[in-house]
Ligand binder design. Structure first.
Ligand code: AKG
Length: 181
């Protein structure tokens, strides 16, 4: 799991939010996801971006994926309400390849990675506003990931208030020969 703080500037965050908000604000927050993993959220997928924002998306892809690796062209946009949270889960290997890269907008939050075979083994990561995380390998397959709800949102003993959060998530294409390890 790698984290890159301040991966984008404040101006770039505004530019992304200005493109996402007019559409996503028309959707209602849902209480629960189809697989019960996400609470109080709205989401969409986006393939077309304005000229300024496609440069930011390309910057994420360049950082996260090697040249040979194919990525899913649709970008997942998840808007978690301030009271929302994401329960521990591993992204399905049917829909996602070996890399998940997520840009966090509007707020700090705490992501917890818990070992699938031993939930008492976990590590918390601070996802600061405008940071990028890249999850791959063991972190991707052998650990669940979750975004802590506000009540539990502590990092190294410090309370991290999670406000409304938009994440922009880029995934590599599923590799159908790949076995979970
Ligand atoms: C998912 O869509 O499976 C997530 O866990 C989203 C993570 C994030 O919002 O950064």
């Amino acid at each position: 799991m790698q984290i890159f703080p301040n991966f984008i500037t404040i101006e770039e965050e505004i530019s992304l939010t200005e493109e996402i908000d007019p559409y996503i604000k028309k959707l209602r927050y849902e209480q629960s996801h189809w697989d019960d993993a996400i609470h109080n959220y709205r989401e969409t997928e986006k393939s077309k971006w304005n000229e300024k924002n496609i440069k930011i998306i390309d910057k994420i892809r360049k950082k996260a994926f090697s040249k040979e690796m194919s990525h899913i062209p649709l970008i997942h946009i998840l808007d978690l309400a301030s009271e929302g949270w994401i329960k521990p889960h591993v992204d399905s290997i049917k829909f996602c390849g070996e890399i998940i890269a997520g840009l966090s907008l509007l707020t700090d939050s705490v992501m917890r990675l818990k070992m699938v075979d031993n939930e008492s083994l976990y590590k918390d990561f601070l996802l600061s506003r405008r940071s990028l995380y890249i999850m791959s390998g063991i972190a991707r397959y052998n650990y669940t990931h979750e975004i802590l709800k506000n009540k539990e949102s502590f990092f190294k003993g410090q309370y991290i208030l999670k406000d409304r959060r938009i994440s922009i998530i880029c995934r590599s294409q599923p590799n159908h020969n790949c076995k979970q390890y």
